[in-house]
Design a protein around this ligand. Structure first.
Ligand code: CP
Length: 317
């Protein structure tokens, strides 16, 4: 599917959809992080930013974190939130995705939150919707997961304050991970000092040389001196065949307390979830003092509040 990266901006360069990070500026990313911080600092349970608005979530793939935090974020902003149960929807009777969207538009939906296994689906929908309607990409195929990257940047800034001097390691199945693609893009825009990519060569994208990263096959070498270590799971649902056994993967790339000692002493360990304990990460690391994994989940609420509120506000400008 052709992916139009420019569609997410208005003619005055305001964000009106969030589909990808790749053509966002450092300032636009910080604007979202700063707004999210105001929601956290204010500690208010309810805001009226989206009063009278209707948000529909369309998850064609499973989700716990993204789906739930979008729902909580919408409710905290006083929007009406509709959770479409795709597995019991009229798509099973042959309704196309465009007809489904048009049907929901006829019910006055203002925003669609879309997750789909086919890369580019949220971009496709953004081209089909009416001119006042926004689309947020909640993860498309192996392409992008921009709201996850935003909450990850929020978490990194919370613990490390600045990006410039950071050494960040991303470990795992980069090839099939939309999270990794959006992370690398965001960290590059924010000019971190170093991005190390670690994992089996077979799980690396072909264009690795075009990215601002250094590849390592060894976990200990790759995380050595790193301030942030981001673990990813094997995305088996996107592999046509088993590319590596989980036992072999754990032995070489599973993060244990012992291996983590080669990172910086105050390293933070992150994971977008869901985590697979005993495969990419040991429980004593996932639950240990350096882990900020559940904090990432919490930040997902305020980041998604900020994104939805900003987009709707930009529609009024
Ligand atoms: N990180 C993430 O996208 O998790 P879910 O699949 O649970 O939404």
């Amino acid at each position: 599917m052709e992916i139009d990266q420019k569609i997410q901006f208005s003619s005055s360069n305001k964000l009106i959809h969030l589909l990808n990070i790749s053509n966002m500026s450092r300032e636009q990313i910080f604007e979202i992080l700063d707004l999210a911080e105001t929601y956290v600092d204010n500690k208010q349970k309810r805001y009226s930013d989206l009063e009278g608005r209707t948000i529909a979530s369309l998850f064609f793939e499973p989700s716990t974190r993204t789906k739930t935090t979008f729902e909580l974020a919408s409710k905290r902003l006083s929007a009406d939130f509709i959770n479409i149960d795709i597995s019991n929807s009229s798509t099973l009777k042959g309704e196309s995705i465009v007809d489904m969207i048009k049907t929901l538009e006829a019910m006055s939906c203002d925003m669609f939150i879309v997750r789909h296994s086919i890369s580019g689906t949220p971009h496709y929908i953004a081209k089909q919707v009416g001119e006042k309607i926004s689309v947020i990409n909640a993860g498309d195929g192996i392409h992008a997961h921009p709201t996850q990257a935003m909450l990850d940047m929020y978490t990194i800034r919370k613990y490390k304050k600045k990006f410039d001097n950071l050494k960040v390691a991303i470990v795992g199945d980069i090839l099939h991970s939309r999270v990794a693609k959006s992370l690398i893009t965001s960290l590059t825009i924010l000019s971190v000092k170093k991005i190390n990519i670690i994992g089996p060569k077979i799980l690396m994208p072909e264009n690795l040389n075009e990215l601002h990263v250094e590849y390592f096959d060894s976990l200990e070498d790759g995380i050595s001196g790193c301030d942030v270590v981001i673990m990813l799971r094997l995305q088996k649902e996107r592999m046509h065949e088993a590319l590596i056994s989980t036992d072999d993967y754990y032995k070489k790339y599973g993060l244990t307390s012992k291996k983590l000692q080669s990172a910086s002493r105050d390293v933070i360990v992150m994971h977008p979830g869901p985590i697979n304990r005993g495969i990419e990460i040991d429980s004593d690391v996932a639950d240990g003092n350096n882990s900020v994994i559940l904090d990432q989940v919490t930040s997902g609420i305020s980041i998604r509040m900020a994104i939805m509120s900003m987009i709707m506000n930009n529609r009024l400008k």
